[in-house]
Every structure is written in C-alpha cells, then in structure tokens.
Design a protein. Structure first.
Length: 311
C-alpha cells in the first residue's frame, strides 16, 4: 500500500465527485451559524476535522480538508465549521458541477480514459501482474474483461472506489455534498475543472499508470480498512497522524508531483492572489492536500503567509 493511498484519499475528487450529487438543488437561504461570533470559532479547543484560516485586515480564507466519500452517520459538521461557512461569501471546492452536468462529466472522463488504438489494459501486464489484476477484479465481483478498453489510471480509480461503495461509502454522504447543500444560495467557485483533473491522470506516463493500478490490485483487500482508518484520524482532527498514514511510502515521485504537489502549488498561488480581494472564502479540498510535507499550508508559510488552525 504505497502511492495509491494518497491518490484515493486526497486526489480522487474528480472521480468521486462524478458519482456524487455535489450540485444538489440549492436551498434559498444562507447556512445558519451555530454560534454568532468569530470569537466562538477560535476560542474553543480543536475538535473534529481540521480547519485552518489565512487572514489579513480585510480578507479571510478558511481551509477545510474533506473526505470525498464517507459512510452514513459520520458527525463532522461541528459548530466551528458551520460558523466558518456561514461567515463566508463563497464556497470553493476542487471542482464544481452545475446540477444535471454529472452525466456529461462522467462521459467525458470515460472517453478520456479509454484506449483509442485497440489496446487492452491486460495487454500491458506480464503474466504475474495479469494474475494479480484478475484476482482483484474477481474479489470485487467484476468480470476480467470489464475494463479491458480503459487506460490503467481509469481502471485504478474505479477499482479503488468499487469496494468502498460496496461497503457503504457514498459520495452522497461525502463532505462536498453536505457543504454544497448547507451553503444554500452562496456563490460557488472551483480551483480546477473536470477536464484539468482528468488531464492530470491521463497525462501520467503509462508505466506509472500501470504501477499505480497494480498497487491497487495487489492491495485490494486493504482499501476499505485503510480508508476506515483515515476517516477515523480525519474525524478526530489528528492532522499529523493523517499525514503519516496517507504519505508513508509515497514512493513514486512522478505520481506524487502530478497528483499532490503540483496541484498544491497551484492552489497556493490561487490563495495568495485571492488575499488581494476583500471578503471571506471557504475552501474545501481533499484532506491529503492539507496534511504532511509540501501541503498547501507549508507552501503558504514558505511565502510568509501565516496559516492558523482554528479547529
């Protein structure tokens, strides 16, 4: 269990969001704060998933790490998160899809993840790899030819998500879905697009894609227990433990740069630039981007931008 951990838990937003209802019907009201003052957000001891903020005299940006798929019944929407969202003028997520656009986005990603030259994914594997790959699909109840026409990155993401869906994890219960609903008629924004996120995966060298897919296949039994543990650390707000769990053995530098660090740098630029505009913004991104070395917080602090944890 090495590189696929991070891709599943912290950078799979594009895939997960395509299966979600993130663009659920917007309510026509502002989210209701649980407490009425900014002091209430900051004074209590941290409890629940980690929440940070960057602020100057006229701009505040909240940073909240999310899990894109969750089982039902996880109580993560604390008063401090509610207050921060209620105080915000705009909700920013990794991607934002308008209601009714999910099917179109899914078709686009599927098309980009398909071979167009007649190759089959199993043709890329040696006999040992093929045996492990087919065994993993068998455990999922998926016929061996099911993904033959798709590129390894697309197969890997689906193989990561299928066991979670089978065990009751759902994007409908995920953080982004809940925030979209609770944000009501608040303005929306996105850090990336479906096309960009797809290009990140689709642009990986083929050998990196195959290695990534095989890590998922050979560790298929650990997908659910691994995310169970990540959700436990996330819900408790233990950012250090989450970082250690997610980032241990992140052995492929190409995958790490593409899926994590380059995107963290892009988002750091966005935040730095947004600090020039007055107002309050609530940013919700995969928790892996806000944990460990080269996190968004690290990159902001490298620019002498102070990041304060408020939960």
């Amino acid at each position: 269990m090495n590189t696929y951990k991070n891709a599943l838990a912290s950078t799979a937003a594009g895939i997960a969001m395509l299966f979600s209802t993130t663009a659920c019907a917007q309510q026509q009201q502002k989210p209701t704060p649980v407490a009425s003052t900014e002091v209430a957000i900051e004074d209590a001891k941290p409890a629940g998933p980690a929440l940070w903020k960057v602020a100057d005299e006229d701009t505040t940006i909240y940073l909240f790490g999310t899990v894109h798929l969750l089982p039902e019944g996880i109580d993560w929407y604390t008063p401090k998160v509610a207050n921060a969202l209620a105080a915000s003028d705009k909700l920013i997520t990794e991607i934002h899809m308008e209601k009714g656009s999910e099917a179109e986005a899914g078709q686009y990603m599927m098309a980009e993840g398909s071979f167009t030259d007649g190759r089959k994914v199993r043709d890329l594997l040696n006999e040992e790899q093929k045996a492990a790959y087919e065994a993993a699909l068998g455990k999922l109840g998926v016929p061996a030819p099911a993904f033959d026409g798709f590129e390894p990155w697309f197969v890997a993401m689906n193989m990561s998500i299928i066991p979670l869906l089978q065990k009751g994890y759902s994007p409908d219960a995920g953080v982004e879905s809940a925030l979209e609903e609770k944000a009501g008629d608040m303005a929306r924004g996105e850090l990336e697009t479906v096309a960009f996120q797809t290009s990140v995966f689709d642009g990986l060298p083929m050998n990196v894609q195959v290695n990534y897919m095989m890590e998922v296949a050979t560790n298929i039994d650990d997908v659910v227990p691994m995310l169970d543990k990540m959700v436990e650390e996330w819900a408790e707000g233990d950012a250090d433990a989450l970082a250690e769990l997610m980032n241990e053995g992140l052995s492929d530098p190409v995958l790490a740069e593409a899926l994590l660090y380059n995107r963290n740098a892009n988002w750091t630029d966005w935040i730095d630039n947004r600090m020039d505009t007055p107002g309050t913004v609530f940013i919700a991104v995969g928790a892996g981007h806000l944990a460990g070395e080269k996190s968004v917080q690290d990159m902001l602090e490298d620019r002498d931008i102070e990041v304060t944890r408020v939960q």
